[in-house]
Design a protein around this ligand. Structure first.
Ligand code: PNW
Length: 446
């Protein structure tokens, strides 16, 4: 880790709905996560993002924490329903002003702002019109991106259009455990295509508005067959295509993977008609970097009831985080080198835009939050990045997920990913041992 180059970018990441709270302030409209979390049975403990970390009112304190930590960069997301409460039309000035001020506070603290335009909080009004199943949502996203670009492109260093479109597709529209909670099976394919089209249109709009570095962040999970049985190997190859290449092939090669188009033509005749002439050209416009979010490999077992012929789980025999996810740093090396192998010179520079783990609190008598497991996690994953660089991957930075403990989607507040502990009763922030560990490392860089 100490061998990482001096200009390697160190950051931490968050997302609007997970930290901001203040869901009815500043003219914000409702998002699909407000609706979903307020519907009984969707989120553990009935938790919602209504207050979350109250970051909307505490951004100064949070930026001060980042400055003291010594971060180079902060990845946050912009809540679309704060900018366009109904998902279309004129911008809401109070919403823009909030992010405008946040960006200036970051720059004033010497921290690069990196902004994601869509981290899952789709305006409810757009969902009511069909959400990502409706092609029009891609055009609405373009309009929103232009508004944000006009206001912030002069100061935001890196823009990401979408966060993890593959998780929006799989968990939001196939399996239904995330908002909007749809269970569409493979008939949900338009959700993938319209997000990609939305990305392409938004990237173009951002560029027109003066943005310099544009990409998106996706989730990657190497697919490991659970056994050497042929059925598991076949299922793993298929999961690999749907999880890892469904979005990245169109972006970097201008085409959908054959494994995807073959399964679709077999199961959902006509599904590919949503791909209109010209779409792939818009989608495949060059990216300035690629954001890689990594948590764990998919341990794939054949399962004839799954739309993909298999399902993924955590890797047996490995240390587990509080979430039950397996700790497999070499899966990150494999992901980064795998992108280089698959796309060659078409692979842009990589940033790890999320990596992290949740563990239950361990607070000692003196009030310190002891999280040596998290320190070990980040150390091991940074070693894995270094290893990938030695094998030829061009990796430029690492954003820890997350700066703060926050609203962990369907798990509510039960999973804590932060470098900083948040007491959700008092909203007090307490830096954990992992925060002090990173602080010391960043100071030592000179
Ligand atoms: C990502 N999976 O979500 C998101 O970008 C973050 O907002 C989130 O807090 C973080 O990872 C931790 O979960 C994921 O089931 C959700 O494979 C689910 C999966 C992966 C990533």
């Amino acid at each position: 880790m100490t061998n990482l180059p001096a200009d390697f970018l160190w950051g931490a990441a968050t997302a609007a709905y997970q930290i901001e709270g203040a869901v009815r302030e500043g003219g914000r409209g409702a998002s699909i996560w407000d609706t979903f979390s307020h519907t009984w049975g969707h989120v553990k403990g009935g938790d919602t993002g209504d207050v979350a970390c109250d970051h909307y009112h505490r951004s100064r304190e949070d930026v001060a924490l980042m400055r003291a930590l010594g971060l180079d960069a902060y990845r946050f997301s912009i809540a679309w329903p704060r900018i366009q409460p109904e998902g279309r039309g004129r911008a809401n000035e109070a919403g823009l002003a909030f992010y405008d001020r946040l960006v200036d506070e970051l720059l004033g603290a010497g921290i690069q702002p990196w902004a994601t335009l869509f981290h899952w909080d789709l305006p409810q009004a757009l969902e009511d019109a069909g959400g990502w199943m409706n092609r029009d949502t891609a055009h609405r996203f373009e309009e929103y991106a232009f508004i944000v670009g006009e206001r912030l492109a002069d100061r935001v260093i890196g823009f990401m259009t979408l966060n993890e479109p593959v998780i929006v597709f799989l968990l939001g529209h196939i399996f239904g455990n995330h908002a909007p909670g749809k269970r569409l099976g493979l008939a949900g394919f338009p959700v993938a295509h319209h997000q990609l089209l939305g990305h392409g249109l938004a990237a173009r709009a951002l560029r027109e508005a003066g943005a310099r570095r544009i990409s998106l962040a996706n989730n990657y999970a190497p697919a490991w067959p659970a056994s050497d049985r042929e059925a598991d190997e076949r299922a793993a190859a298929r999961m690999d295509a749907w999880h890892n290449w469904l979005f990245t092939d169109p972006l970097l090669k201008g085409e959908y993977p054959a494994a995807v188009t073959e399964l679709l033509s077999e199961r959902v005749p006509g599904a590919l008609e949503v791909v209109q002439p010209g779409d792939l050209g818009i989608i495949a416009a060059p990216l300035d970097f690629l954001g890689v979010n990594y948590y764990q490999p998919d341990w794939v077992r054949a399962d004839r009831f799954s739309p993909f012929g298999g399902h993924g789980g955590s890797v047996p025999g490995r240390e587990k985080t509080g979430f039950g996810w397996s700790v497999v740093p070499e899966g990150l090396t494999q992901t980064l080198t795998g992108l280089k192998e698959r796309y060659g010179d078409a692979c842009p520079p990589l940033y790890v835009t999320e990596s992290g783990c949740s563990y239950p609190d361990r607070v000692d008598e003196t009030g310190r939050v002891r999280d040596e497991a998290r320190i070990r996690y980040h150390e091991a994953h940074l070693e894995a990045v270094w290893e990938a660089m030695n094998q030829g991957a061009d990796v430029r930075g690492y954003f820890a997920w997350s700066l703060l403990d926050n609203f962990e989607w369907a798990e509510g507040y039960s999973q804590r990913f932060g470098l900083v502990h948040v007491d959700f009763e008092t909203l007090t922030r307490t830096p954990k041992d992992s925060y002090f560990w990173l602080q010391e490392y960043l100071r030592g860089r000179g």
